[in-house]
Design a protein around this ligand. Sequence first.
Ligand code: SF4
Ligand code: SF4
Length: 426
Amino acid sequence: MNLKEVPLLNEQLKKCVRCGRCRTVCPVLAEIKNETVAPRGHIFMVQALRDGKVKPDAQVYDRLSNCLLCETCSGVCPSGLDIPELNEYARSYIYEKNPSMIKDALFDSIWTRPSLLRAGGFFMWAANKSGLQGFARTLGLTKLLPGGLSKAEQIMHDPVMRTARATLPVINPPRGNKKFRVGYFLGCGTDLFSPSVAIAAVEVLTSWGCEVVIPDNMKCCGLPHIANGKISTAQDLAIHNLKVFNDLELDYIITDCGSCSSAISEKRLKMLLENQGYDEQIERFCSRVHDLNTFLLDIVGIDNQGLKPLNLKVTYHDPCHLAKAQGIRQAPRDILGLIPGLELIEMQDSDRCCGASGTFSITHYDLSMKILNRKMKTIADTGADVIATCCPSCTLQLKHGSNLHYNNTPVQHPVELLALAAGQES
Ligand code: SF4
Ligand code: SF4
């Protein structure tokens, strides 16, 4: 990759007026207080990289990786810069020149093969249930794990035995007359760590007349690869998934995960596969993609008939990729609002990043925990019985925060609460 030849990047860099507004909102800068990790500092760094004024080395990569890709800065930029996008390109540019065998094995060989990912998930479950994980912690063996993994393995404190794909069939028939044939873009996070969300989503969709197809050959949305400097692998994954879903006869494609719906949005896919001849396929695919919440409300037209009361206080955390990247804030709240007896209590700064950002909480555990602590304080102030959110990465992070600071309060997707109110056994 040559940064001078990425048209989007060069157009965007020209637009920065150096005003510094992006600095005022960055959750990382709020903790580190160093201009080199500020969004404007990242812009300067990307420009210097493009112009050959700094070397594309590991040190520069580390500076740029102090970013959650949360899009908070872009939301206030008067010139409309997509600052995380520039950062992602720069990371890939540097990574190409400083490849790592471990990263290649993880992102190219394992994270592109769902069966290997599932095997890894099963290993985590077995280590946890057999006591091996606890035993290794007691002996201090987990401290031998590379990088931040020694601390970050605590986030996976409750792995699951059966993934969503191992539990749900490929074809899930509708109850009653079929209204729509819906493809389910089932992301890795939900599949491996929150299968109950997928089960609830299928339960709700089928009971409202949708036939739900979960293609067994779909792969990761590619967002973890983009965040870790592996844009070319993300391109391969996107091309694969476009073919898988476009080859199926589907009325709609839905996903429960805010990060997946952001990664498979038209804007992102067109940027990722710019000038590669996929625009028509992207438009065919994206014209049918919907976030699960908006799909249930706007297209299926669900209502509160037959829902039993849930006497719960619930607070909702806005995932960055759903709220800031796509502007979807109201629909999850409206889903919760359908449930009789449920009281929604807004936390302060509900769209402030929780510090998870996919693999960020693993690669930058200590910084991620500082950002999480702020979030958990605002959650604790609500006195909620349940924390709701629409992203498996946020869910893992908030569960970890809840485990550490908030009496293990459950974290659930709005569709799980909806399914519960509709009579699904928890
Ligand atoms: S994307 Fe988020 S973490 Fe990264 S520079 Fe912008 S505000 Fe800061
Ligand atoms: S807010 Fe936008 S224009 Fe202002 S310094 Fe940041 S990136 Fe540049």
